[in-house]
Write a protein that binds this ligand. Structure first.
Ligand code: FES
Length: 569
């Protein structure tokens, strides 16, 4: 036997001694020789007191272990870092690649024959899938599942779309301080990931479409018994995978990535899905291009009616049949022959599904929410390497809009001035924020959801065109252009915009242009100076990040972790 405890021996120049030593130490935990002779299933532990989205992880670990043992293998739990959106300074995205490195290196270092990756909060699952793609040991993903809905004054609530909506109401003076405090206690009523089609749910659905998680695993609520049962089933499958895989490299193919893009578009998913899928694909031999998202989006309808673009919540999506039911509507757009972690094909995996009479969450193809997918890719002289807009969450009257630029030089500048009564701004202007990209902020924070200036919000203005090199939470909405690449901090054209310049957005034509002539732009470029490197980025991980992070169109992975080679389109 070469697997199990005998693999990846610590180097002392004598393999037999290395194994002898390893067994001596592990026996301190009370394992028998029988247990230690079994194939080993590693289980990532991403529980943290700072990650309430992962609050059910201990119960899931126990269920995975049970499944592994029922199938005759040996479960071994190991920790990795855990990232929660609200507890990661400066941003969770800054730490995604660190988690990917941590996870990859632990999978490589430990004597595991297969791995169960338990994750959910926005950046954790992408980090884990990036890691599994690079480590290329048999692996299966187990999402922690979405939280339950909350209730406030007769309304159904879900984090975090309703967090933003209610905060907007409070800023506009339509909700009292006492009420916003009550809402604060109701918005997150249970453990689990955000209950709308935000980034976590988007990634969980895409993971199912990639074929690296069991069918149905994206939508079962975090607190349901079925969530524990699917954890046990995942453990069982992981044990089977110790005897011949499949490996991630067999599953994460071009077909799988295209299936994930179909899913992203059909669920009206988060723009963060573009960044993370690009990073995952960039770890494989099948990288994808931004144009793949646009090309697939043009023929994929939005069928799922969930917040932030629709009406319902993840709990309801689950009750309506979840991803396997949705895929029945999308069969002609999916590569059903793509290999699946269950051993067969995606087509085999979704044969079993629940058809719920009268449900209104998953629309039939004949009655889509939108004929085209939720996300469009823009290019133009303001975004030569691309930008993203969630057209499904935008105001249709602003999809073609020309306006005067009101420029903010950084997130801090925007925060300081956005509510200044003296700010020269009207509802027809375009709010521009820069130096909030991968290098600029650093970590490309979810600051792209620029608030409506207070004086306009108080007049009832709910949307304006806003643009930046930042990202936006998948739970947010509005006519917002994001991920402008190259970013301002690396000298992208966004750095050259001045207050009062005219900008034209034309989503139908997929264009975003700064209406300033080339000679003037050349002059501005000659005068441009890169922002100074902050002290915090002079050493350590921040320095590594700054020196190696790629731009948004490549997924913001580190250049030395991504595989080299052109994207597919
Ligand atoms: Fe964890 Fe939203 S904060 S999924």
């Amino acid at each position: 036997m070469t697997g199990g405890l005998r693999q990846g021996l610590t180097s002392y120049g004598d393999d037999d001694f290395s194994l002898f030593l390893r067994k001596a130490f592990i026996k301190a935990m009370g394992y028998s020789d029988d247990a230690l002779a079994r194939p080993i299933v590693g289980i990532t532990n991403t529980y943290s007191d700072f990650n309430p989205c992962h609050g059910n992880v201990p119960a899931l670990i126990e269920a995975v272990k049970r499944g592994v043992m029922l199938a005759g293998a040996m479960p071994m739990v190991f920790p990795t870092i855990s990232i929660h959106e609200s507890f990661a300074y400066p941003t969770s995205m800054f730490l995604r690649n660190l988690m990917a490195m941590d996870t990859e290196e632990m999978i490589r270092a430990l004597p595991v024959d297969s791995v169960v990756l338990i994750g959910g909060c926005d950046k954790t699952t992408p980090a884990q899938v990036m890691a599994m793609a690079s480590a290329d040991k048999p692996a299966i993903v187990l999402p922690v599942g979405p939280m339950l809905v909350g209730h406030f004054r007769g309304e159904v609530l879900g984090a975090c779309t309703d967090c933003r909506r209610l905060w907007g109401e409070f800023r506009g003076g339509r909700i009292s301080e006492a009420d916003i405090e009550v809402a604060n206690e109701r918005l997150v009523p249970s453990v689990g990931t955000c209950g709308v089609m935000g980034t976590a749910s988007t990634i969980a659905c895409m993971v199912e479409a990639l074929g690296i998680a069991l069918p149905g695993s994206a939508s079962i609520p975090a607190t349901h018994a079925d969530r524990v049962r699917i954890a046990e089933a995942t453990g069982k499958r992981a044990a089977e995978m110790t005897k011949g895989g499949p490996k991630p490299s067999e599953i994460l193919t071009r077909d799988a990535f295209r299936n994930a893009i179909v899913m992203l578009q059909a669920i009206g998913g988060s723009t963060n899905g573009v960044v993370h899928l690009s990073a995952i694909a960039g770890r494989t031999t099948s990288p994808i291009a931004l144009e793949d998202f646009d090309e697939i989006g043009r023929k994929t309808p939005v069928l799922v009616d969930l917040k932030p673009t629709g009406e319902h919540y993840m709990e309801h999506f689950h009750q309506a049949g979840g991803v396997p039911r949705l895929m029945q509507e999308l069969k002609d757009l999916l590569a059903l022959g793509a290999k699946h972690v269950m051993g067969g094909t995606l087509g085999d995996a979704i044969k079993k599904f629940e058809d719920v009479p009268g449900q209104t969450v998953i629309r039939p193809r004949a009655n889509p929410l939108r004929k085209e997918g939720g996300i469009a890719i823009l290019r133009g002289n303001l975004a030569p390497r691309g930008a993203v807009i969630k057209q499904g969450a935008a105001s249709s009257k602003l999809m073609q809009h020309e306006g005067r630029a009101v420029v903010f030089d950084s997130v801090a500048d925007m925060t300081k001035r956005i509510d200044d009564p003296a700010l020269d701004v009207t509802e027809d202007d375009i709010l521009v924020m820069r130096n909030a990209g991968p290098i600029g902020a650093p970590g490309m924070p979810e600051a792209g959801y620029l608030p409506i200036p207070k004086k306009l919000a108080q007049k009832g203005i709910k949307d304006m065109v806003r643009m930046s090199d930042a990202r936006m939470s998948g739970t947010a909405f509005g006519t917002i252009v994001l991920h402008i690449a190259p970013e301002a901090a690396s000298g992208g054209p966004l750095a050259l915009v001045k207050n009062g310049d005219r900008i034209r957005l034309d989503v139908n034509a997929r264009r975003i242009d700064l209406l300033v002539d080339d000679a003037e732009l050349k002059k501005r470029r000659a005068a441009w100076q890169a922002p100074p490197v902050p002290e915090v980025a002079q050493r350590g991980y921040a320095r590594l990040y700054r020196e190696h992070v790629q731009q948004a169109d490549e997924g913001c992975d580190f250049d030395f972790l991504a595989r080299s080679g052109p994207a597919s389109s």
